[in-house]
Design a protein around this ligand. Structure first.
Ligand code: FES
Length: 574
């Protein structure tokens, strides 16, 4: 599980009287540090995913300076280092494809460097889970701080957030938005640095890191460029010093109880479906597993409390005003394991008690009381059935309730190229009751499960006013997107899953209330069909490593050799 005791180094390296210690001190003094400062303990690394290739994380350079202030004032030595950074809009084939590479980078740098602890500075979607996975495996004290959400923009006099892009893109497709307005939108859709300003994957993962005790309470939603976030960065630096002195590693925070809390928060805020994969991957690094059955039960018993974009009408800053994550946990009441640890090292019960005593929290429709939820339960439906023997995910809170139960005939697309070639064909045999199926876009087939699961509505249906229909794939979907979209179908078609056998006209039955996804085709008929082809194995480099070792979505799409030993996982739900 942890590499401590095998290869891990720590700040002792700067204190030994032998030649090695001399060299460590001498090289650090070469960077302009005093004799006293190179002997400060603990030594805290700052794993910074700042990159000009990742605009969402552009604020991390300033935040790192504030973290260093906190570390130095608490008596530690701060040493910042860069890691890979993964930008959703820039990286191809997908950021999930490279998430495990980033996790390996983070783990190996923490392990190999003379550090007593680490601050993880992430932001854009995959950077947060990659850092948590790497730090969990490295086994040194660690605390995270996310970049924070960017400001809300304005376009045509209205508040504009990133999720507005999807309906606007549809309007652009059918000619409702001309070139001039489209160009103006490009200039104001992203009004500043920071992560996407809705409950997409980045903000969801920041909230889950906070729930897991891997970030300071109340920090996830602070605006990216606010003084409050800079102050939180300084406090995070101070906390990293405390953590390193205490020796408490991530396995003391990321417990089964904390993972359940995190999943319930995901449901209560109607967060990103991507988080289901990332939570399993983080859990797997420490020998835990959430499992489809437990997640189904937790989702069923957790009310949806946040009514925030992309699933609801309110803004992220409204959720911040309503008390942010502590208020969500507080409203979940007995559903939360309050003995799990917060990022301060206290049990959540102590943090929530303080939260209750604070004045000035406004009641906001962005966060409902548990007695008046947005939905009674089931933000995320975990599905199983003949079309998804190992599971699939459906975000009920983002879909029209009329489509939670649906029966329709399949219209099948083999990969994104086939989809884009035919989806707007006027002769496509499709109506509003059809079920659009996209395959060949899973962890192996994509590769990297591209976020193409929200298939576009065929133009001829858009023109008739159709805004949602059932779509099914082995892909993922952007956390900023919504719709009646079944995702993460496992096993994927490229791994022999039944999705690869679906033919045009087959009847598919979705029941997101009972958690079923079935293909109504006789087994004998399916046996006559040709399974989807397995993609050829790449011969070299990361592509070859990925192809050989990537696991399916129920295992978190981690590499099989990075997941904790099987023996540590026995006895847990599958
Ligand atoms: Fe980076 Fe959304 S694209 S956080």
């Amino acid at each position: 599980m942890s590499q401590i005791g095998t290869q891990t180094r720590n700040g002792d390296a700067f204190h030994s009287s032998d030649r090695d210690g001399f060299l460590h001190r001498a090289f650090l003094r070469g960077s302009g540090r005093s004799e006293q400062s190179v002997r400060a303990r603990p030594v805290i690394g700052i794993a910074n995913s700042w990159s000009e290739l990742n605009p969402c994380n552009a604020g991390l350079r300033q935040l790192a300076e504030a973290v260093k202030r906190g570390i130095t004032r608490a008596g530690g030595l701060a040493l910042e280092f860069p890691t890979i950074s993964l930008s959703e809009p820039f990286v191809r084939p997908t950021t999930l494809y490279l998430r495990n590479l980033m996790a390996m980078d983070v783990e190996e740098m923490i392990t190999a460097s003379p550090l007593d602890g680490v601050v993880l500075l992430g932001g854009c979607d995959k950077t947060v889970p990659a850092q948590l996975m790497g730090a969990a495996s490295a086994g040194k004290p660690a605390i995270a701080l996310a970049a924070g959400p960017r400001a809300t923009g304005r376009w045509n006099g209205e508040p504009q957030t990133i999720d507005d892009l999807w309906p606007l893109a549809d309007k652009r497709r059918n000619g409702e938005i001309d070139d001039v307005r489209w160009a103006r939108l490009e200039g104001c859709l992203i009004p500043g640095v920071g992560t996407c300003n809705v409950l997409g994957t980045a903000v969801t993962m920041a909230l889950l890191a906070e729930t897991l005790g891997m970030a300071l309470p109340g920090t996830s939603l602070l605006p990216a460029t606010s003084a409050a976030r800079a102050a939180a960065a300084e406090a995070t630096g101070r906390r990293a010093v405390e953590l390193a002195r205490s020796g408490r590693a991530p396995d003391q925070f990321i417990t089964p109880e904390a993972l359940e809390n995190a999943f319930r928060v995901l449901c209560a805020v109607g967060g990103s479906t991507n988080a289901v994969i990332h939570l399993e991957a983080i859990a797997g690094r420490l020998g835990h597993r959430l499992g489809l059955d437990a997640m189904t039960e937790w989702s069923r018993t957790t009310p949806v409390l946040a009514d925030v974009r992309p699933s609801g009408p309110h803004l992220l800053e409204d959720l911040q005003d309503a008390g942010a994550l502590p208020a969500v946990l507080d409203r979940l009441g007995h559903l939360v394991h309050t003995d799990a640890l917060a990022g301060t090292g206290e049990p959540w019960s102590a943090v929530l008690e303080r939260h209750r005593e604070q004045d000035g929290r406004t009641e906001s429709p962005a966060l409902r009381p548990a007695a008046e939820p947005v939905f009674e339960s089931g933000a995320l439906a975990l599905l199983r059935g003949t079309l998804a023997p190992d599971g699939a995910v459906f975000k009920r809170s983002g879909a029209e309730p009329g489509l939670w139960r649906h029966r329709g005939r399949a219209v099948v697309f083999d990969g994104p190229a086939d989809l884009h070639a035919r989806i707007d064909d006027p002769d496509l045999d499709v109506d509003a009751d059809s079920v659009l199926v996209l395959r060949g876009v899973g962890p192996l087939g994509g590769p990297g499960m591209p976020e193409v699961g929200q298939l576009p509505i065929p133009r001829k249906l858009l023109d008739k006013g159709v805004t949602d229909m059932v779509r099914i794939s082995d892909a993922r979907m952007s956390g900023t997107a919504t719709g009646a979209v079944v995702l993460h179908v496992a096993p994927e078609s490229a791994a022999g899953g039944p999705l690869g056998l679906v033919a045009d006209g087959d009847v598919i039955v979705l029941d997101a209330m009972t958690g079923r996804l079935d293909l109504e085709v006789e087994a004998a008929e399916l046996a006559r069909r040709t399974p989807a082809a397995v993609p050829a194995a790449p011969e070299r480099g990361y592509a070859a490593l990925y192809h050989r070792h990537i696991t399916q979505s129920p295992e978190g799409c981690d590499f099989d050799f990075l997941v904790a030993a099987r023996s540590a996982r026995e006895g847990e739900q599958s």
